[in-house]
Design a protein around this ligand. Structure first.
Ligand SMILES: Nc1ncnc2c1ncn2[C@@H]1O[C@H](COP(=O)(O)OP(=O)(O)OP(=O)(O)O)[C@@H](O)[C@H]1O
Ligand SMILES: [Mg+2]
Length: 426
């Protein structure tokens, strides 16, 4: 196992879980872990460079390979369905926008005209088509019952309350929230990695019935090299057209970190454009575009950015009640022989674990019965899913040795200090 001082320990642990899941044919879980490993490597390497360090040789190549493997696995999971794209545009027009506004109608094709799938004229041209293709998250076919999406997320009471009041209600009931009651246009979710920030942002957009644009900072700076600035402009212009929309910027610290003298020109231009667009969003009465950022490095954000995220909410490590709910829902689909007392014991043994650590722990524990069953197979005999032994306490004890908490306790003080200075209080 990696040494406790290895800055890439978290990434290596994710990679190990990914490879194990991949070998066992669990594609969805493997893709999740590969993505997590790739993302963590890129974030840690970036942070090391920012502080004059040099990442371990080969680690970034490994990160790129994990990202490739995750993409390949995802492609096997979700076959492309081009036919859904025009349907989605039509959904946007009809369910959110209603009939296109007269000026928009001149520039845009009608509902379901196949703007994206056909590659023909989309609102505002090629860049906007790419924005739609690459950042829009398909909404659920049936709108979820109110509260149901947030309810799937364990704990985080304060964050849910703030988001309900500041985002969901005003989106669903805009008439009430005008003038002094106008909702904030920027919300920042910050906290340790793997605590449900991305999960919350998605749940909020579904509950608010908003058009959801998800953009990762690394895509803006790497995938759209040289075009990042234009993409930012296009992103906001499309978001305004499809309002109410949520523009979700994951890992916002890597996009909007403190501006420094030594940074390259392209990244500074993207940053400036983003700030300008956020201002445009904040001053434009009426257009309901919310920028939601998530980060685990709030201290690296530019002051100008902090000001623009008017509500800042700490998403902490799950408390005992949160871990209990998570554990219960994760093992709900398994045959278990855990007693109530054992479940409480697992909850107390996972103090300091993030939500994603708890999930990894359960995934690792769930391998225990499989390993035992395989060990007792006779030569030539195949494993039978219905004959697996139940999940027991000893599988969790074993898994607790493999899956360690990924958030260093000393980093928690930084989040709390930052929260005291800038965040919403309970
Ligand atoms: N509160 C929670 N309730 C249920 N599941 C959770 C919760 N927090 C984390 N998880 C689990 O952890 C996984 C990772 O969560 P998510 O991607 O939202 O973390 P994050 O805070 O965005 O992390 P990062 O800062 O590294 O991006 C989720 O897919 C989910 O399985
Ligand atoms: Mg995230």
């Amino acid at each position: 196992m990696a040494s406790p001082h290895d800055p890439f320990a978290d990434a290596r642990a994710s990679a190990q879980l990914a490879v194990a899941a991949d070998t066992e044919g669990r594609a969805a879980s493997a893709a999740d872990h590969y993505e997590r490993a790739a993302l963590t490597i890129s974030k840690v390497a970036q942070r090391m460079r920012a502080h004059g360090g040099v990442p371990a040789p080969g680690i970034e190549t490994a990160g790129a390979q994990y990202a490739d493997r995750a993409r390949a696995l995802r492609a096997t999971l979700k076959p492309a369905k081009p036919a859904e794209q025009p349907g989605f545009l039509s959904w946007c027009y009809q369910s959110i926008l209603g009939p296109p506004a007269p000026d928009a109608a001149a520039a845009t094709p009608g509902p379901g005209a196949g703007a994206v799938a056909g590659g023909s004229a989309a609102p505002g041209g090629e860049l906007e088509t790419r924005v739609l293709e690459e950042t829009v998250v398909m909404p659920p076919k049936e709108p979820p019952p109110p509260g149901s999406e947030l309810a799937k997320i364990a704990g985080l009471g304060l964050a849910k309350r703030v988001l309900e009041e500041a985002v969901i209600e005003p989106f669903l009931n805009p008439g009430v929230y005008t003038g002094l009651r106008a909702p904030p246009r920027g919300v920042l979710l910050f906290g340790p990695p793997g605590t449900g920030k991305t999960l919350l942002a998605r749940a909020v957009s579904r509950e608010a019935k908003a058009c959801f644009f998800s953009v990762s900072a690394s895509a803006l700076t790497s995938k759209w090299v040289g075009e990042g600035e234009k993409m930012v402009r296009a992103l906001f212009s499309v978001a305004r057209r499809y309002a109410p929309s949520v523009v979700f910027v994951d890992e916002v610290d890597s996009l909007l970190s403190k501006r420094s003298a030594g940074e390259n020109d392209a990244s500074r231009r993207i940053k400036t454009e983003f700030l300008v667009q956020m201002d445009g969003v904040t001053t434009g009465e009426g257009d309901r575009v919310l920028v939601m950022g998530a980060t685990n490095r709030p201290d690296e954000l530019d002051d100008a950015v902090i000001r623009r995220f008017q509500r800042r909410v700490l998403i902490p490590l799950p408390d005992a009640a949160g871990r209990k709910t998570m554990l219960a829902s994760l093992v709900a689909g398994e045959v278990t022989a855990l007693t109530k007392a054992e479940a409480s014991q697992i909850v107390s043994m996972t103090k300091g674990y993030s939500g994603s650590d708890v999930r990894s722990l359960c995934e690792e524990a769930a391998q225990g019965p499989v390993r035992e069953a395989r060990a007792s197979l006779r030569p030539g005999e195949r494993l039978d899913a219905s004959a697996l032994p139940p999940l027991r306490m000893r599988h969790f004890v074993e898994a607790l040795r493999v899956v360690r908490p990924s958030v260093p306790p000393e980093s928690l003080a930084m989040y709390e200090d930052w929260a005291r200075a800038y965040a919403v209080r309970s």
